[in-house]
Design a protein around this ligand. Sequence first.
Ligand SMILES: [Ca+2]
Ligand SMILES: [Ca+2]
Length: 424
Amino acid sequence: MVGEGGGLGASPTIDTQQSLEVAGDAEIRSDGVLTLAGGSLKAGGRTLIRAGGVLQGHGVAAGRLAGEQFSQISASGGSLLLGDPMALDGFQTEGILEVGSAEVVVSSLSYATLGGLTTLGGGTLKAANGLALSCGASLRGWGSVMGPVAGESGSTIYAAGDLQLGDDAAPDGVQLSGRLVVGPHLVTLTDSNKAVLGSLTDLAGGTLRAARGLLVPDTSNITGHGLLDANVWLDGAILSDAAGFEITGDVIFGEAAELTALLDGFSLCGLSIGGDAELDGRLFLQLGQDFVPAPGSDLTILTARAVSGIFQEIALQEGPAGLWFEPIYLADRVKLMQCALGGDANLDGSVGIGDLAVLAGNWYEEGMTWGEGDFTGDGWTTLGDLSLLAASWDSTLSLPAGVPEPTTFLLLALGGMALLRLRQ
Ligand SMILES: [Ca+2]
Ligand SMILES: [Ca+2]
């Protein structure tokens, strides 16, 4: 017993060359601090660290080890070896594990289990038989986690610098169900085949690397912007902000895949794919505050070395009712043509007095947009625009927004211009 009234006192230290052997169970009580200064603790039974109790330093704590919630294990000064590689419950903690810049080896016949907060400050956490982050557990920092890593749903891995996770010899080297926050950092996932991402993977300009590929299951989401340095099997969702994602390898979109792109300003956005893109699933578009609708013009949503397949659905989320997008599939890119009824300045899906008022209010001005009455795209609000408006006068999109009868309306939007040229 370590702690007030325990057999070893409140804060014993086991120095190098020293070995403390306990026949049965050992316990570090809530007011106890056991310092390993190179020495070893060997418990024949289980070592239990109570809430508030501390095991710190470097050395060996052999035998089954369990930490209660709010217990603390802090490594410093060298390697810290914990647990029992022959026991299924060789290492389990609900508490704090501070790896810092040291090396911590946790041993168990099954996964070593982390339930609380684990922090790394450039150090290495090794678990030959795997490391499991339970629901509610967090791992934060930078350095290496070596061994198969399983993150349960509700767990969080938070990179605070470059972080390496997994085991390139294990087919379940990285198997996440929870969150992975890459942020602006480099996170490298190692696995003998595909690394599996969890509920949410967020990048803020950083890089997620997986040499053998990334699997994004249908319940998983990748959000933000940055670089995915991998081949990607996408059955889940990529929700890109205006800066978009770059993917170095091939991307295979599954039937359930969803790509959500935020269109903002004039930036080309969405996905830039270095390898081949095999499209399927759905494309959702969101309009940013700086997006200026320009029906009749197109924008590039995706580029790749080679594009095959199509999106099964393309839908505008929370946009004007009168604006829709038609895909143009090219050999190396997908473009979206912006479409609207000719003359529908306010993009409400019908052409009427409100639209005429917009045009009249800006009559014969230069530098105009669609929303200001330039329906021909020449920047001017002139007779040509009025003709387009007149040609669609009183027409209304008869189908719900997002699912117009494509060909007809595309012809309305674009055909008006041809008509106009004939009249000139
Ligand atoms: Ca209108
Ligand atoms: Ca014009």
